[in-house]
Design a protein around this ligand. Structure first.
Ligand SMILES: Nc1ncnc2c1ncn2[C@@H]1O[C@H](COP(=O)(O)OP(=O)(O)OP(=O)(O)O)[C@@H](O)[C@H]1O
Ligand SMILES: [Mg+2]
Length: 280
């Protein structure tokens, strides 16, 4: 079981948002046209969950987002997928689309796919049927009720089952898969609509070490064609996959860089002090 560090702030911050400190790095925001988040703040009944956050990611990048419990990582994903509307700031996708102005389903149609921590596959359905349902759910009502699957979709499902390493289990009920395999199936269900940006919240939590290794390989090859933002506490996994790591604490970005830069950052070490899971 993952060890968690309790960093919840007990005292709600008042209406005046505290800007990130002088030490907060500024990502290379100006050149980024893919996803650009600026000055983003989210308050829950006066409690500051995101605090004037700046963040950017490029189109074919595998980025890891780390930080202690309560840092605001999931809240950032909630804003990017339209679940939470920010109190302040902007989140622009592909330069012209303001994500906070869109609904969750519009954002999904735009090509932003999200996987939550807990796998949510249809347990009583086969692996094949789960992938088929994912294809159909993206279509209009006529193609959803049209019984026969076009051969192109059939081929797509077979190819996807190879990608997610489940080609030998297509006929198996999803409920019989291991936890890691269920996570892969859900990644496949997201991928089948070919998202431009995939958001994965703690994808390897609860996986065996061999499943973690296979997930690392999978995500690295998937990021050739799309952006992937992975929220993760497992630093061994982060080390395996990330070129760039963004570190959040108390609703802001406190560091950004490769593993060596993050490891040697005194503020990052300070924030994680005592958390053995994050002791690099
Ligand atoms: N709907 C909500 N209402 C009130 N407070 C919330 C809500 N959602 C999140 N918070 C608070 O906002 C802060 C940021 O939470 P968030 O879930 O984004 O953190 P996190 O970085 O994802 O943490 P973890 O690593 O534990 O998943 C936390 O203090 C949390 O309690
Ligand atoms: Mg979270």
């Amino acid at each position: 079981m993952k060890q968690r560090k309790n960093t919840f702030r007990q005292t709600p911050v008042d209406d005046t948002l505290n800007g990130p400190s002088e030490r907060t790095p500024k990502p290379n925001l100006e050149t980024n046209q893919f996803l650009l988040v600026r000055n983003l703040s989210v308050l829950f009944n006066g409690f500051v969950a995101l605090n004037q956050l700046d963040f950017a990611i490029n189109s074919c990048e595998l980025r890891c987002l780390i930080g202690p419990n309560g840092a605001g990582k999931t809240t950032l994903l909630d804003v990017l997928t339209g679940r939470v509307k920010p109190n302040q700031g902007s989140a622009m996708f592909l330069r012209h689309t303001s994500l906070p102005d869109k609904s969750e389903s519009e954002i999904s149609q735009l090509g932003i796919g999200r996987k939550f921590q807990k796998p949510s596959v249809f347990e009583a359905q086969s692996v094949f049927s789960n992938l088929e349902l994912a294809i159909r759910s993206k279509r209009n009502i006529f193609s959803r009720i049209f019984k026969k699957l076009p051969s192109t979709d059939y081929d797509k499902i077979l190819a996807m089952s190879e990608t997610i390493r489940l080609s030998s289990k297509l006929a198996k009920e999803a409920g019989t898969l291991s936890h890691g395999e269920k996570q892969w199936l859900e990644i496949g269900m997201l991928l089948i609509s070919d998202p431009k940006l995939m958001l994965l919240d703690e994808p390897v939590a609860g996986m065996t070490s061999s499943e973690i290794d296979r997930t690392a390989e999978m995500l690295r090859s998937l990021s050739v064609n799309r952006a992937i933002l992975v929220v993760e506490h497992d630093m061994e996994f982060v080390r395996k996959i990330a070129d760039q790591i963004t570190v959040m604490d108390q609703g802001s970005v406190i560091a950004e860089g490769d593993m060596d830069q993050i490891q040697s950052d005194s503020r990052v070490r300070e924030v994680y002090l005592g958390d053995e899971k994050l002791s690099f």
